[in-house]
Ligand binder design. Structure first.
Ligand code: HEC
Length: 118
C-alpha cells in the first residue's frame, strides 16, 4: 500500500511536465522566421543605401556629393521628378531603373528621415 502511494505522487509531476513540454515545444518551434517584412520604410532604406547612398550620405541625413535630403523643403512631386529625371551633370536619372512604387517608397523614406540617435 505504502509503495503504491509513493508512486502515484511521483507520477503526477512527470505527467504534468510531459504535458507542458508537448504543449510548449510546437509554439517555440513554430516561431516565424524573422526577415522579409513587407514594410516599405525598411525596403526603401536598403534601396536608398545601395542606390543613392554613395552621393547622399548617411542615408540622406547629410550632404555628400549631393545635398542633404532629410528635412528637405522640396515637394513630393519635385523629389519624384528629380529621382526620375536626375539632373544633368549632377545626378543620374532613375526612370526605368526604379518603379513608381519604389520611387514613392523612397519619397516616404526621405520624409521619414530623422537625425540618427547615438
Ligand atoms: C552620382 C551622385 C548621386 C546619386 C547616385 C544620387 N544623387 Fe540625388 N543629387 C545629387 C546631386 C549632386 C544633387 C544636387 C543637384 C542640384 O544641383 O540641384 C542631387 C539632388 C537630389 C535631390 C534634390 C534635393 C534638393 O533639395 O534639391 C533629391 C530629392 C535627390 N537628389 C534624391 C536622390 C535619390 C532618391 C537618389 C537615389 C535614387 C539619388 N538622389 C541619387 C547626386 C546624386
Amino acid at each position: 500500500m505504502k509503495t503504491l502511494h509513493v508512486m502515484k505522487l511521483d507520477l503526477l509531476p512527470r505527467a504534468v511536465l510531459a504535458a507542458v513540454l508537448t504543449c510548449a515545444m510546437p509554439a517555440w518551434a513554430q516561431q516565424p522566421a524573422p526577415g522579409a517584412p513587407d514594410n516599405a520604410p525598411f525596403d526603401a532604406e536598403q534601396l536608398f543605401a545601395s542606390t543613392c547612398g554613395w552621393c547622399h550620405s548617411d542615408g540622406g541625413r547629410a550632404a555628400g556629393k549631393g545635398p542633404q535630403l532629410m528635412g528637405t523643403s522640396k515637394s513630393d512631386d519635385f523629389i519624384r521628378e528629380r529621382i526620375k529625371n536626375g539632373k544633368p551633370g549632377a545626378m543620374p536619372a532613375f526612370d526605368g531603373a526604379l518603379s513608381d512604387a519604389q520611387i514613392d517608397a523612397i519619397v516616404k523614406y526621405i520624409r521619414s528621415l530623422k537625425p540618427q540617435q547615438g
